[in-house]
Design a protein around this ligand. Structure first.
Ligand SMILES: [Ca+2]
Ligand SMILES: [Ca+2]
Ligand SMILES: [Ca+2]
Length: 236
């Protein structure tokens, strides 16, 4: 962990870990300059676990937490500071090879887990969380991939309310019917959701595909072709 001033002067550096082989994957800055990070740590008895930590503005470790699922590879992939304090993390837990589930964890500012949710589209499907955002109302958007619908991996988007209740899920299978992988998710002030990533076209080459979802709308191709002006799809 390194923090630089606007003049690129090194303000502090901090090493930390959970005693195993530790890797960080994502960082988000919250209120009061708190830095939230997530990744994974290789532990002696539980294999890889989701590792999440928070540092204050001066670089002091405030807390760290490990989450183990029920298999071996459990990984934190993305983290977003929450407007009400604390942060929310997404990633994956592995039940069996090629049967992973999306995990989402809401932490308060002191590192307590307020809620933890695992999600799979259908029994035994490969489902992972890769990107995350929190909207102005404190709802959490998780983007990732799922194998549940065939056609390789599809975009998967989950929306949780501030208490961790699943509001809706949506998926998108590109025109190639192959792999579709989100690279980022964001929300606007109205609660619309934008997802971008790569989608294998029918020619076998990847396209950039960006989707805007209207509030509460599903993400099947029919939704876009129905002509709802508040939702759109762009492919380049
Ligand atoms: Ca584990
Ligand atoms: Ca699964
Ligand atoms: Ca697909």
């Amino acid at each position: 962990m390194l923090k630089y001033s606007p003049e690129v002067e090194l303000l502090w550096q901090q090493s930390f870990g959970a005693g195993g082989f530790d890797t960080l994957c994502n960082l988000s800055l919250g209120i009061h300059g708190v830095a939230y990070v997530t990744g994974e740590s290789l532990q002696p008895s539980t294999d890889y676990d989701v590792l999440t930590a928070a540092f204050n503005a001066e670089g002091t470790l405030l807390w760290q937490d490990l989450v183990h699922g029920e298999g071996d590879f459990d990984r934190g992939r993305a983290i977003a500071a929450h407007p009400a304090g604390g942060a929310v993390v997404c990633g994956s837990i592995r039940r069996l090879p090629w049967n992973e589930d999306v995990i989402t964890i809401r932490y308060d500012s002191t590192g307590n887990r307020m809620w933890t949710r695992t999600f799979e589209v259908s029994t035994g499907s490969y489902d992972v969380g890769k990107v995350i955002a929190v909207d102005a109302d404190g709802n959490t958007l998780v983007g990732g991939g799922t194998s549940a619908f065939g056609g390789g991996l599809d975009y998967l988007v989950l929306k949780y309310d501030p208490d961790g209740n699943l509001l809706w899920q949506a998926h998108y299978d590109g025109l190639g019917g192959l792999h579709d992988t989100p690279a980022d998710v964001a929300t606007d002030a109205l609660g619309n959701v934008v997802v971008t990533g790569s989608s294998d076209g029918s020619d076998g080459f990847g396209d950039v595909v960006t989707l805007k979802l209207a509030t509460g709308l599903g993400m099947s191709r029919d939704d876009f072709e129905s002509g709802d002006a508040s939702a759109w799809l762009r492919s380049e």
